[in-house]
Design a protein around this ligand. Structure first.
Ligand SMILES: CC(=O)N[C@H]1[C@@H](OP(=O)(O)OP(=O)(O)OC[C@H]2O[C@@H](n3ccc(=O)[nH]c3=O)[C@H](O)[C@@H]2O)O[C@H](CO)[C@@H](O)[C@@H]1O
Ligand SMILES: C=C(OP(=O)(O)O)C(=O)O
Length: 427
């Protein structure tokens, strides 16, 4: 298994180009199953999760034609074409590796009338049930049974029927599944308490380009008027706000200065606001923003994770690494996932002073962390250890970096180009 070695201590200085959003691409790609015409996506990131989703969609019958040039945007093109549905089963082997696999459920059900999708099971950050996805699809008329670890979903003989769906809690994936299914359901669907994450708006924009009728995009009430069929479309995936935020914090934790390109500051209000409160300077540009923390003594700032537009849970671990090097104490409260503090004992191995009380962590900043051998447990925990390693005195070795490859493209190259001493050790 690959490892990453970092010798920390110096400031990051330079430019980093941000890729397309993993979590938007993972939602938009299954939309190809809603039509027999091709769906062309650009600004697609080259990540392990994207490969897993491509192979899952291939199993369902979607031919994939990918061209990943070295540049960004247009040169990252993926054409998915599901002329027919070859299989409606999403097997355990793929779903257990990538939870977003469950997003094929709504499209398969809407177009094909039946789907068999493995239950994802729990993961390192929480139990993560999919009950709300299933209730939403039931509201549209689907019959759902759980058999042998699989969700067996069947649409009524005339297809799904529009309905009112009220989510009791905000769910990103649940909203995405319901939205995709509703595009082909007969009549109107109203989705209340819909997630407002930018990735949902991106999916809605793609579906609209495919001929779907959706109102309320970007709000928590989505109104969908079903259409008989969707058609070919081209859609550019929005920039990855979590990759952006991660490198913004990399600049801050190393007390460096990094310009983030090919991205949008408006996707990261809560993170930028907190970052400015620490004492770092954020300057917005046409194609992104710059974070400058040179010669600053950053101070601790409390955050609580919330659905968008609140502070993202996918930035919580990285924020904790930054707070471990800030002046004074800060409280970090995780309100989305019940077990998303797996990085705490690893940060503690690097000298961080962190105490957990229920869903909150109290972090007492230290002037210096020290390099150590640590273990990545999930995607964002991995990258938080990369950030800590960049700031630490001496060498840090991170094990199990396959988690990192799910969500960060060429992380070593991007950081090395800004002066980091970082290398991948291949076993
Ligand atoms: C591929 C993708 O886009 N992943 C993101 C997505 O995950 P994902 O779509 O899985 O996250 P959800 O928004 O659905 O989960 C939010 C909370 O609702 C709970 N829940 C969810 C569905 C359900 O049927 N029942 C239920 O109880 C979850 O356990 C969790 O506690 O949003 C999360 C929250 O922003 C992010 O951390 C993930 O990076
Ligand atoms: C938790 C994440 O992804 P997933 O939902 O695919 O596990 C993430 O992107 O941080």
């Amino acid at each position: 298994m690959d490892r990453i070695s970092i010798t920390g201590g110096g400031p990051l200085l330079g430019d980093i180009t941000i890729g397309g959003a993993k979590n938007a691409a993972l939602a938009v790609m299954p939309a190809c199953l809603l039509t027999d015409a091709p769906l062309t996506l650009t600004n697609v990131p080259r990540l392990a999760d994207i490969e897993s989703m491509t192979s899952l969609l291939g199993q369902h019958g979607a031919a994939a034609d990918a061209s990943f040039g070295n540049g960004s945007g247009e040169s990252r093109r993926l054409v998915l074409h599901a002329r027919t549905i070859a299989s409606d089963t999403a097997p355990y082997d793929i779903v257990r590796k990538m939870r977003a696999s469950v997003l094929v459920l709504g499209p398969l059900l809407a177009r094909h009338g039946h789907a068999r999708v493995s239950l994802p099971g729990g993961c390192a950050i929480g139990t993560r049930p999919v009950d709300l996805h299933l209730k939403a699809l039931e509201a549209l008329g689907a019959r759902i049974e759980l058999q042998g670890g699989y969700i067996e979903a069947t649409a009524p003989p005339g297809g799904l029927v529009g309905a009112e769906i009220v989510f009791p809690t905000v769910t990103v994936g649940g909203t995405e599944n319901a939205l995709m299914a509703a595009t082909l359901a007969r009549g109107e669907t109203v989705i209340e308490n819909a997630a407002r994450e930018p990735e949902i708006a991106d999916l809605a924009a793609c579906l609209t380009a495919m001929g779907a009728r959706i109102e309320g995009i970007g709000t928590n009430t989505l109104r969908v008027t079903g259409v008989p069929a969707l058609h070919a479309a081209t859609h550019a995936i929005l920039p990855d706000r979590i990759e952006t935020g991660t490198y913004a914090l990399a600049a801050a934790i190393t007390r460096g200065c990094v310009r983030l390109r090919n991205t949008r500051a408006d996707l990261l209000h809560a993170v930028i606001e907190a970052l400015e409160e620490t004492g770092a300077t954020v300057t917005r540009h046409d194609d992104g923003f710059m974070v400058d923390a040179r010669d600053r003594a950053l101070v601790g700032v409390d955050v609580m994770t919330k659905p968008y537009p609140g502070f993202p849970t996918d930035m919580q671990a990285q924020w904790m690494a930054l707070m471990a090097t800030a002046e004074g104490a800060s409280m970090i409260t995780e309100s989305i996932f019940e077990n998303r503090f797996m990085h705490v004992p690893e940060l503690a191995r690097m000298g961080a002073d962190i105490n957990i009380h229920g869903g909150s962590a109290i972090v007492r900043g230290r002037s210096r962390l020290s390099g150590a051998e640590v273990m990545a447990t999930d995607l964002r925990a991995s990258v938080c250890l990369v950030l800590a390693g960049l700031a630490a005195e001496g060498e840090t070795t991170i094990n199990r970096v396959y988690h990192l490859d799910r969500g960060y493209e060429t992380v070593e190259e991007k950081l090395a180009a800004c002066g980091a001493t970082i290398a991948r050790l291949r076993d």
